[in-house]
Design a protein around this ligand. Sequence first.
Ligand code: GDP
Length: 328
Amino acid sequence: MSTRALITGITGQDGSHLAELLLDKGYDVVGMVRRSSTVNYERIAHIQDRITFAQGDLLDEVSMINMLREHRPEEVYNLAAQSFVQTSFGQPVLTGETTALGVTRMLDAIRIVDPGIRFYQASSSEMFGKVQAVPQSESTPFYPRSPYGVAKLYGHWITINYRESYDLHASSGILFNHEGPRRGLEFVTRKITHTAAKIKLGMATELRLGNLDAQRDWGFAGDYVEAMWRMLQQDGPDDYVVATGETHEVREFCEVAFEHVGLDYRDFVVQDERFMRPAEVDLLVGDPSKARADLGWELQTSFRDLVTMMVDADLALLQGDLRSISGS
Ligand code: GDP
């Protein structure tokens, strides 16, 4: 019998990569989706017929209890969240309901239905915020700088609390920024690669950005979902930082992306106040030693390969759009 896993946030970037990975390993994959008139299945269209969908909502505990009772997963990966930092300043309470309290609801549902279920919580490097040490590891104190970071910190601690209180196999992956061609267009990496590709194709003339000095530890999402799975295969639950160990400025991301299409970013990037944040996270760089040593997890994709992969994917996407517009 194959193992059954439930993924929340299956239509998102990480959910789609994780679903692919688990299907390759022979899992039955159940994807939690919210009832809505328009669910966006774009990222999982190629594997949609191999996934069982279950209706549930992180805002509604009964829906999760019923879902777990019906599908009886052995593993649950909680990737659903309001995941965009800038939006969390405008919708702080909603962010708290899904990104923070949603974790408690899921943990409670697990405790009630089957405390043997192994649980993965998507924690975030945004919890380090105004960093208290460089690089950041599992033992670095937290200092979140946005309602999103605060909500993720709650999710992280409630996972630890349920592990300790009810002996759940509940692990938390503190993932640093992870990107790829499936990243939402609102995140700075994808915004840069998509706009650089547009400029190259004559479809845009400028790229408006906020703070170019921010430094991030950017890895490839496809590499990071492997670490999530490995955490749930361990004998015991724990917390792990997943990162590249390198940091790069937003400016540098622009430089590499534009260079890849033969352009100079300085000719196109315009600073725009609208994209600045009320409180900023200036520098993130993780220390993934524990994940390497305990999980045997290895990074596959370099910074340059990540940027060029994303630019190439956006060029291909936009050229497809152009072709469909011109009808050829
Ligand atoms: P985050 O680390 O989860 O907030 O990921 P983002 O991709 O949204 O932002 C990464 C960094 O890029 C932050 O420090 C932002 O302030 C900075 N940044 C600069 N310009 C922009 C922009 O136009 N959009 C976004 N999303 N971030 C920007």
